[in-house]
Structure formats: C-alpha cells, structure tokens
Design a protein around this ligand. Structure first.
Ligand SMILES: O=C(COP(=O)(O)O)[C@H](O)[C@H](O)COP(=O)(O)O
Length: 318
C-alpha cells in the first residue's frame, strides 16, 4: 500500500473524534469535513493521482474513528464526490469549496429543522432530553426564540454524562432545567409533555440509532402517552440500510462504566458498554428533519430521494 502523508490536523481530528473530544453526530461530520479541507490545503502532491490518493487516505483515517454515526461517512462522501479537476490546484479548490458548502449546509439544515421541531412544542411545555444533541437543542432554541416558555428535564446519560452539556446549553438559553439520573426517567415522564432526542443514524425502516437508553425511554414514553420525537438532519440517514445492512453499534471502553480499581474490588465480573441502541419505528412519533417532519415508516422515501445512489466508498483504494 502506498504511504500517503496525512496533515497533522487529520491525525489530531481523528484522535479527537475517537476520544470524544469532538462528539455528537453533526459536530463529528463538520470536524471530519474540515480536516479533509486541511488535508487538501497541505497535501504535497506532485500529480492529480497523488493528490486524490492522499485525500482518500485522509478519509480512511477519519472513517475508522467511530462506527455508528453515519454523518461521518456521509460527510466524507459529500466532499470526495465533489473532488474534481485536471491539476492539483483545481482539485484542491474543488475540495475547499465542497467543505465550505457542506459546513454551511449543516448549519442551515440545523436551523431549518429547529423551526420544524419548535412547531411541535407549545408555550409552557416541559421537554425531557437524553444525551446531548445539537439538532434536538436547535428545536428548543427556536421555540424559545419564538417566545415560548419551555422547561427541561435532562437525563444525565451515563456513562459519560453528556446530559451535563445539555443542561449547560439549555441554561444558556434561559431554560429552567431539572437534572435527573437515567433510572428516574419513567417517574419524571409524568411531568413531561414531550421527549426530544437526536440521532446518530436512521435506518431505512425508520429505526432510530441514538445514545444507549433512547429505546427504553421511548418505550416508557409510549406507555405514559408522552410523544417522542427525533431531531435529525438528513445527513443522519444511513444509505447502506437501503440494501439490508445493519448499523454497527459501537462498544466502548469498560473503564467508562466502572473504574478498574472498584471493579477489581468486586471480583471477576463482565462489563459491557454499548454506546448506542436502536429504537424501533413503532415507538417513535416523528422524525424532524430540515425537509419537514416524517412518520418514521415513511423516512425511506426521503432516503431514496437523497441517497438513491447508494453507499459508495470513494475513499477505498482503487
Ligand atoms: O447520541 C448522541 C451523541 O453520542 P456521543 O456523545 O457518543 O457522540 C447524540 O444524540 C447524536 O449524536 C445527535 O447529536 P447531534 O444532534 O449533535 O448530531
């Protein structure tokens, strides 16, 4: 295999995604696209073929960091598909333009879906959240900016407590927040008017892949009669599921669940740490995207329209 030098920023971004310094599906997508932009600027290629090969190598390095959020390969596909030109300068420019276009589109999509999601929230509503999703928060932000008073019940979201980030950002919007442990969710659903979550991937059958605990929350919400919606830009649609593939669920370090010393004190135990789960479409009321809201079962139509070309891997060695 040829050795293609990666820009230091590509390596740093890959490490930051793997260690979750850069996390959340939309943020990962933007980070990966921007790293491709740096690779394009810094690649020391003396031929178009060498330039293309170095871009593919950078994309492969970024791709291998986290397996579940499809926004990552979708971002890489978006940029690599637009790489075009007869010489290195033209190729470089096409990548730079594609990255800028992609990031602008992400921001626009989030704003647009925020307005759609906000329409589902009424003045005085209390919303229960899980994990930290910029798409979900965009809905609350749009509702608040529209003059609605919203309160939030925020699940801490073990093992990494991303609920704390959600709580902080909601406070920044002036939203009153009650933080609860995950196991208190069913009790507090009595006080919630909506459950609002994000997504890492959405499958062709409308299944929503999101932070572990989402599916249990959805089942409890249905039992309590509380509507649950997923806020997800279409970059979260998983094209490979159109052809029957399943979404890989990331298994993370056991030390996130229990520190090694405490574990050793307990004795020999198995520890498992899946980062995500799948909520079946029948437990989800709506998927809110920048193209409007959809019942989960109908998302496949949008997926075919936007990703009909399938799931090519433009980063593979030819
Ligand atoms: O599950 C998570 C984050 O998991 P992790 O912390 O393991 O990355 C978020 O709900 C989705 O990624 C959506 O986020 P966004 O709406 O910001 O794309």
């Amino acid at each position: 295999m040829t050795d293609h030098r990666l820009a230091p920023d590509v390596e740093e971004t890959a490490e930051a995604i793997a260690s979750m310094e850069i996390r959340g599906a939309a943020t990962i997508a933007a980070g990966a696209a921007e790293a491709l932009g740096t690779q394009a600027r810094e690649a020391e290629a003396d031929s178009p073929a060498a330039f293309r090969a170095s871009m593919r190598a950078a994309a492969r390095r970024l791709r291998e960091t986290r397996p579940t959020a499809v926004s990552l390969p979708n971002a890489l596909r978006y940029v690599l598909r637009r790489m075009d030109g007869r010489n290195v300068d033209a190729l470089r420019e096409s990548v730079t333009d594609a990255v800028a276009e992609f990031v602008a589109q992400l921001d626009r999509a989030q704003e647009d879906l925020g307005r759609v999601g906000a329409n589902r929230l009424a003045d005085g509503d209390t919303v229960m959240t899980h994990c930290h999703s910029t798409d979900a928060l965009a809905c609350i932000e749009a509702a608040v900016e529209g003059g609605k008073e919203i309160e939030a019940i925020v699940k801490e979201t073990r093992p990494r407590n991303q609920g704390h980030i959600t709580a902080e950002q909601l406070r920044g919007m002036g939203v009153p927040v009650t933080l609860i442990v995950d196991s208190a969710a069913r009790r507090y659903l009595n006080e919630a008017d909506h459950v609002l979550v994000g997504a890492d991937s959405i499958a062709a059958d409308g299944g929503v892949i999101n932070k572990i605990g989402t599916s249990g929350l959805a089942v409890n919400a249905r039992e309590r009669g509380v509507p649950i919606m997923t806020a997800a830009q279409t970059i979260k649609l998983h094209p490979e599921t159109l052809t029957g593939h399943t979404v890989e669920i990331e298994m993370r370090d056991e030390a996130e669940v229990i520190d090694p010393e405490t574990r050793a004190g307990i004795g020999e135990i198995a520890v498992e740490n899946p980062a995500f789960d799948v909520t079946p479409p029948r437990y989800m009321d709506a998927i809110v995207t920048e193209h409007g809201q959809f019942p989960p079962e109908s998302i496949v139509t949008l997926m075919r329209e936007l990703f009909g070309e399938g799931a090519a891997e433009p980063w593979a060695e030819p």
